[in-house]
Design a protein around this ligand. Structure first.
Ligand code: PMV
Length: 308
């Protein structure tokens, strides 16, 4: 039994989304997590995830282990008590860890989908989304739920915390270059730091969140109405607001500036910030040139993706 889940990028609205403002995110299908479940001769549930150097039997993991707890949750849904099925779970991924591409949520989505099929549980997307969100909450402090939603539904989403899921249509395809600083940056920390700032001066940070929320709204309209070229300025503006939230970094700023110098229509960090990835809007014909400039400016990896 095999299942996979894509990576994701946040186009607009990260951080403000934690404070109930809208954000836009899209799946990135050039990278993915694959989960395979096989019957096995060894006793127990063996998990092999070479990307995080995990080779263990389920019972040897702490009960709050990110992968182990997801498996236990699915097993708890089985009618009969899990008379310890003998299975092997292989997890592989091309999504860089802790870099804003949703690797953690993608592992959970692919794992739950594979277990659901293996045990014929027929879980719905909404149920899967809810379970992954529970796991995200255990490991990421106060997540908004945007990662699990865009990855579970594998469609562009306009996301407001706690509100029904809205997917949106892309009026005219557009091209994004994603560049990785190579610096792992746990989202929990940047989200926690923004919370501390907000607690000290709520008026100031609420108005930054408002401005970011407006950008997400205008961006959605631009995308739906087939005017993606409008997104460049919106990205630049969103990046400057993220700088004010202190979640950019010298490396991210350098990549953002290089992308613009190389002809990108706009650029910003994407995700939790401090490290991880940035994104740039480009004319398709210039995508390779921008990607090359980003590598010269220090990016460890680039992905060119068409949003459609
Ligand atoms: O770092 P990522 O891509 O997982 O994105 C986090 C997005 C935040 O808005 C910073 C946090 C959240 O839970 O929405």
């Amino acid at each position: 039994m095999k299942s996979s889940a894509p990576g994701k990028i946040i186009l607009f609205g990260e951080h403000a989304v934690v404070y109930n403002r809208p954000a836009l995110a899209v799946p990135v299908n050039q990278v993915q997590v694959d989960v395979e479940i096989l019957d096995s001769d060894s006793a127990g549930i063996w998990i092999h995830a070479p990307i995080i150097d995990l080779h263990a039997e389920l019972n040897s993991l702490q009960s709050d282990h990110a992968i182990g707890s997801v498996i236990l949750k699915v097993l708890s849904l089985l009618d009969e008590s899990p008379s310890s099925p003998n299975i092997q779970i292989n997890i592989s991924s091309t999504i860089p860890v802790a870099s804003g591409l949703g690797s953690g949520a993608a592992v959970s989505v692919a794992l739950i989908c594979a277990l659901s099929s293996f045990f014929s549980l027929s879980l719905t997307d909404n149920q899967i989304n809810e379970m992954v969100f529970e796991s995200e909450k255990l490991h990421h402090g106060t997540p908004s739920g945007i990662d699990n939603t865009v990855i579970t539904f594998n469609k562009p989403v306009y996301f407001i915390k706690g509100q029904p899921i809205e997917t949106f249509t892309v009026g005219k395809p557009f091209t994004i270059v994603i560049a990785d600083t190579g610096i792992p940056a746990p989202t929990k920390e940047s989200v926690g730091d923004v919370r501390k700032l907000w607690e000290k001066d709520k008026n100031k940070y609420e108005s930054i969140f408002d401005e970011i929320g407006q950008i997400s709204l205008i961006a959605r309209r631009s995308i739906e109405s087939g005017q993606p070229e409008m997104l460049g300025d919106l990205m630049d503006h969103n990046h400057s607001l993220l700088q004010q939230l202190t979640v950019s970094s010298p490396e991210l700023d350098k990549l953002v500036l290089s992308a613009r110098d190389a002809g990108a229509l706009g650029a910003k960090l994407s995700g939790g910030g401090r490290g991880g990835n940035m994104i740039a809007l480009v004319n398709q014909a210039e995508a390779n040139q921008v990607a090359e400039s980003l590598i010269k400016a220090g990016a460890k990896n680039t992905i060119i993706t068409e949003i459609k």
